[in-house]
Every structure is written in C-alpha cells, then in structure tokens.
Design a protein around this ligand. Sequence first.
Ligand SMILES: Cc1cc2nc3c(=O)[nH]c(=O)nc-3n(C[C@H](O)[C@H](O)[C@H](O)COP(=O)(O)O)c2cc1C
Ligand code: SF4
Length: 510
Amino acid sequence: MSRRAHPQIKSLRSVDALRARCADLGIDLPLDDTLEPAPDGPLARGLAVPAASGPVTVGNRFAVLPMEGWDGTPDGRPTDLVERRWQRFGASGAKLIWGGEAVAVRPDGRANPHQLLLSDDSYTEGLAGLRRTLVASHAEAHGRTDDLLIGLQLTHSGRFARPEGPPAPLLAYRHPLLDRRLPAGGTGAPVLDDAGIDELAAAMVAAAGRAAEAGFAFVDVKACHGYLGHELLTRCGPDGTPLPFADRTRFLAAVLDGIARQWPSLLVGVRLSAFDLLPFRPGPGRVGEPEPWSGPYDLAFGGDGTGLGVDPAPAVELARWLSARGVGLVCVTGGSPYYNPHVQRPAYFPPSDGYLPPEDPLVGVARLLAAARAIKAAVPDLVVVGSGYSYLQEWFAHAGQAAVRLGHADSVGIGRLVLSYPHAPADVLAGRPLDPRLLCRTFSDCTTAPRHGMVSGCYPLDPVYKARPERARLAEVKAELRAGIATAAPGPGTGGDAAGESTSPMEEHP
Ligand SMILES: Cc1cc2nc3c(=O)[nH]c(=O)nc-3n(C[C@H](O)[C@H](O)[C@H](O)COP(=O)(O)O)c2cc1C
Ligand code: SF4
C-alpha cells in the first residue's frame, strides 16, 4: 500500500506506460494508442438500440452513468442542485443517459432522506422537468437531440434503506455477514416474502409508467450495488442457501412482465452488478481485507465461490434470460459501495468510511471491463454499457475506444469523471486534448460528503461545490481520518513502512 506499489495514474505518462503497468499486474486492459475523433472514430459512431417499433439510434458511444447527489427535498423532489447535475449531464455530449440517478419507487425504499421519489403521480412533473432541462442543455451545447436516449433508474434500497436517516432495512434474506452491520444484527428487520416481492414489483411497474409519462425512453430496473434488486439475485431460503433461479428472479420477472403488459413501448434496461465479492473492512493499517469466512461463499452473485474471484457464468445466464424477456440494454457494474467500494468505484483515495485499496485500482477497472466483455460476447444482441472508466483518467477514452472498437462493449459509461469534467466526452469526440486540471483523481469527496450528511458533488474541482460551506466541514472530517490512520498500527503484510505510507492516499488534495 504505497505510492510505489500502486502508482497514481497521472504518473503513467503514456499509453505504453499504462500498458506496462497492466502487464506487471497481469491484467488485460485493451488500450488504443491514439484517439479518433468524430465523425469517423469508433466513439462517434451511432448505436442501434432495439425497440418494439424498430431500432432507435443513439448518436455516440458515451453514456453518463447514474449519480445521485443526496440533494433532493425531504419529500423527494428535485432541487436546484439536482437540476444543475442533470443540466451538466446533458451538456456532456454523451448521447446515452443511463438513468440519471437512483429514484425510489416507494418512500420506504429511499437510501437517504434526500433521494428522489416517484411513488405517486405528484412526482411525475418534477422528473419530466429534469429531463427537459437535460435535453435543453444538450440542444444548446450539441444541437440535435433526436439521437439522445434518456432513461430513469428505478430502485428500492432494500438492506440499505434509510428513508428518515437511520437504517430501516428491508431484507431479501438473512445474510450472515451483512446483517452484523445492521443495528442489533438485523433482528427485527423484515425479510421479503413472495407476496412482498409482488407488491414491490407492482410499485416498480407503476413508477415505470410515470417515467414513460415524464418522457423517459427507458427505465433501468436497478439490480446492482447491494440494493434490493441485486440482493434478490442471491435470495436464500430459511436454511441460508440460495433458492432456485426462478425464485431469485421472481421480482425481475414480475417487473418485466408488468411493464411489457402495461407500457409496451417503454424500453427496459437493467443495471447489473455482474459479480460480487465478500464484504470488505479496514484491516491492519486500514488496508481493506475481506471479512473472515470459511468454506465456499455462494452469496456473491457472479462470484466464483471463494468470495474473492469472479465467475462470468451467472451474469451471462441472467443476461440471456433478460434479453429473452425483452430487456434491450444492460449496464454492467459490480459489487456494492457499502461493503466492497473498491470493487465498484476503483479509487486511489478511499471514501472516509472505506479502506485503503487492497489491490491496485487498475485491477478493479479490468475486472469491471471484463465483466461487460463477457456479457457482450455471450449475448451480442444486448446493448452493453460498461462502467469503471473514470479511474483511468488521462487514458479513459483510450480504453473506451478500444472496448468499442473490439466489440467488448457498446457504450462507455462514465460516472465520477462527469462530475469533475462534464464536457470530457465532448472534448474527446471533437479531438480536443483533455484538460488535466479537470480530470477526476478519485479523491472520493463525492462519496465522503454524503456519508457525513452533506450533499454530494465534486468539492475539489467543481467551482460551485468548492464555494459551498460544506467544504470546510469535509476538510475537518478528512483531517480526523488522517489523524486516525496515522495512529493506526501497521499490520502484517503491509510492509515495514506501512503506517507512514498508508497515510499518503488520504492526503488533502488541491
Ligand atoms: C456520487 C456518486 C453517486 C452515485 N449514484 C449512483 C446511483 O444513483 N445509481 C447507480 O447505479 N450508481 C451510482 N453511482 C455509481 C456510478 O454510477 C458508477 O458506477 C461508479 O462511480 C463507477 O464509475 P466511474 O468509475 O466512472 O465513476 C454513484 C457514484 C457516485 C460517485
Ligand atoms: S470528488 Fe471529484 S475528483 Fe473526487 S472522486 Fe468525486 S468526482 Fe472525482
């Protein structure tokens, strides 16, 4: 865990240097040497998305990944900050907007007291307004909008629901490790039964109808990041072993059938954690380590049974099943920001409640891109959007262009980079050099802030958040954390200078 062990991306000054680093790590991360701008470059090509009324063409191969800001009103409606985020998504130049941000379909499904809601018709106009804002900013910056595809992400936060602030979990099953992280070990937390699943699916279908009325071209039935739609994929019976596929997909089946019946022209996508690992925790020297577990671990969807490796087969099986049920798009992600954040958001600087990277974050990027590639190879008719590119910084588009050119993914999904540098896709497409001052350096403030009750945003690089009063509070939180790490004892395996070295990724940034 040192700068030497995990060199920062900005120190890799060429594509060849990044290639050499990948070779040292033994990972396969295809990279193009040069970027080809519009109109002929791979990232500028149109993408056909299957639809009931004939394919819809999306104007390029960039997608904005969903990112919430913990900044809606207490009753779940957009604020000026939400509006601004969507405006910036529109200005990015990406022609696919994957979901905007997580929107809860029921009040009990909110992940925080400021998450957006779509639980009754009174919310439809607010979401329609966000969509209009996005379209208008796209039109202003990029002209045509008939090749812009905008979806809305629908969710129930399940185990991670905190509608009023304190945890109020709704569990898919009793989990031997994750329940320990709940108040009183999860005793008293309700576990969904079949009737509860059907009821929740009906709420999701109703919200999908509202999304259609609000003008969204597709909904994302969220099945990732540890939330309910994801946890149900490893649903267990009372004996603690996973139930048959039909029981684990009961929720998805009910939602997809309901949408097909009631809203046949609405496109459907699924954001899927295609693999998962054991929950991680801070270990010696605050370096991440998996929770101790003995024997096979079958509670990680897409895991290889060890809790630490990936098996693409379950995600491929599910992707085939989704495609057969009319799902046209899949956005591939992995793990959960709550219990193994390094898997989902590879970062050099961890969030305050996280841990120091247990692996070079490039390994995490390669794991994410490989998951998308496996699904695309097995189910070529599905439109596959990849995640995990922001960590690559200067080289994100080199990896994205290679992925699209080689057919490993159809679209390059970008998250944090859009918060710090919204017009990065537009710059790439126009053949302009990237502005290194705006590149997301994975400082994780956008995750640390909401973990401490503040709105999320790119405090280090976005002028609006730089000027917000929360920035001082955030600096205090991080200073306390650095002090905590500096006093933490170095543990075995972290090297003799581990304590000193391990403070470096928590340094204050510019
Ligand atoms: C501030 C923030 C909010 C996020 N909100 C969501 C969300 O609402 N829904 C979702 O599926 N993923 C969410 N994510 C995860 C991102 O969509 C993305 O998967 C992740 O950041 C990795 O992509 P990146 O490396 O390009 O950032 C969020 C990430 C961040 C940093
Ligand atoms: S706060 Fe900004 S620089 Fe840090 S991870 Fe988030 S987007 Fe990137």
